[in-house]
Design a protein around this ligand. Structure first.
Ligand SMILES: [Zn+2]
Length: 382
């Protein structure tokens, strides 16, 4: 009997929709929730277990015993039916997480879906769909590098987010950020903080980074969603004929690549180790990865505009690590990775950007970026 049940269960995995995790899309799920009727990867199974057995009963497909009733539930439901039911009112700005997303986004997604049932009823989404949002975020100080309580206010009608020097409203805000320019990326590893969020925007022609978190993971994800919701609303007004799903596609965008590289200093000075970040078409480097401003940043254009990347430097001169060259109009930029794998990943990422045609939005950013005169980004003239 047990063998028959297992056999029925394994057959279900072959059905399209069941062959990937119901939450994050990871291939070949090995776990299931026998009352929700879905198949899960190991990571999402762990998060489902955290919901409690009254909400989700998690079992291993291969290792646990399955009775006929549970198998019948799995046969009757399955991933596609369950998701159609539990994600019925998922707003377009609430991106479904993928396996590469940090734990905080997966955890809050699963809690929103089953514990708080936010996708059953739009009235349960008020924490991020209201026209204004106020609260306290822990913000890393620019100078003291400590995290301090700061008051943040998001206003959709004014299309901006402001924050104050203190944890209350003071006479003048410390900064006003236009929502059109804002990008958000969860960076738990970089900040050494599970709920760490990096907010970036352009300030006087330079990228400005703010690092924030809240102790309650729901709170910071609500902020993330509120900003995405506000951005989508603006886009819908600007492009009323376009599909909402398309408009929600890149409301925020994760960094393409981040990590340490060494760069050759000006006038062939020795290589210096820097934290590099490739954000859409902006390549930035920092002395410290949590610096509020990059030490240098450059817009990476299209190959028709004389941008390319090559391994030429490695052959041209003996250097430390694995060197490669980023060619830009009139300038070459020599970089070195610590491992061959890192170098390949950077070259591949840069090449992909260079091959991608420019969008009107890219051209706007290129025109806004002001090259830093006193901190040359480029190592040598051609
Ligand atoms: Zn999963």
């Amino acid at each position: 009997m047990a063998d028959t049940n297992r056999h029925r269960l394994l057959n279900l995995l072959a059905i399209p929709g069941n062959n990937t995790c119901a939450e994050c899309g990871e291939a070949n799920p090995e776990w299931a929730s026998c009352n929700v009727g879905i198949f899960l990867c190991e990571r999402c199974a762990g998060l489902h277990r955290g919901l409690g057995v009254d909400i989700s009963r998690v079992k291993s497909i291969r290792l646990d015993n399955w009775d006929s009733d549970h198998v019948k539930t799995m046969e009757a439901i399955g991933n596609e039916k369950a998701n159609a039911l539990h994600e019925k009112h998922r707003p377009a700005f609430y991106k479904k997480p993928t396996r590469s997303d940090p734990q905080i986004l997966l955890k809050e997604w699963i809690c929103a879906k089953y514990s708080r049932k936010e996708f059953d009823d739009v009235d349960r989404q008020l924490a991020y769909t209201s026209t204004t949002k106020e609260g306290i975020l822990m913000k890393r100080g620019k100078d003291d590098k400590k995290y301090n309580r700061r008051k943040f206010v998001l206003s959709r009608p004014e299309n901006k987010m402001i924050y104050y020097q203190k944890d209350t409203v003071t006479s003048r805000p410390k900064a006003e950020i236009c929502l059109d320019d804002i990008n958000l990326v969860f960076v738990p590893g970089k900040m050494q903080q599970a709920n760490g969020l990096q907010i970036t925007y352009l300030l006087k022609g330079s990228t400005r980074n703010i690092f924030v978190y809240t102790d309650d993971s729901k709170d910071i994800v609500d902020w993330y969603l509120a900003i995405r919701a506000a951005k989508l609303e603006r886009r819908k007004i600007a492009f009323p004929d376009r599909d909402e799903k398309d408009l929600a596609e890149d409301l925020t965008q994760d960094f393409i690549m981040e990590g340490y590289l060494s760069k050759m200093g000006p006038k062939n000075q020795p290589f210096k180790k820097r934290w590099f970040s490739l954000d859409k078409r902006k390549l930035m480097y920092y002395e410290d990865k949590l610096n509020p401003f990059p030490k240098g940043e450059r817009f990476i254009g299209h190959r028709d505009g004389e941008f390319s990347v090559s391994m030429r430097a490695a052959e041209a001169r003996p250097t430390q690590g694995y060197a490669f060259t980023l060619h830009m109009p009139g300038r070459d930029f020599i970089l070195s990775a610590e491992t061959r794998e890192d170098m390949d990943q950077w070259i591949c990422a840069l090449q992909k950007v260079i091959e991608t045609p420019l969008t009107p939005q890219d051209t706007k950013i290129a025109s806004q970026l002001v090259p830093k005169r006193h901190e040359p980004f480029i190592s040598m003239k051609k």
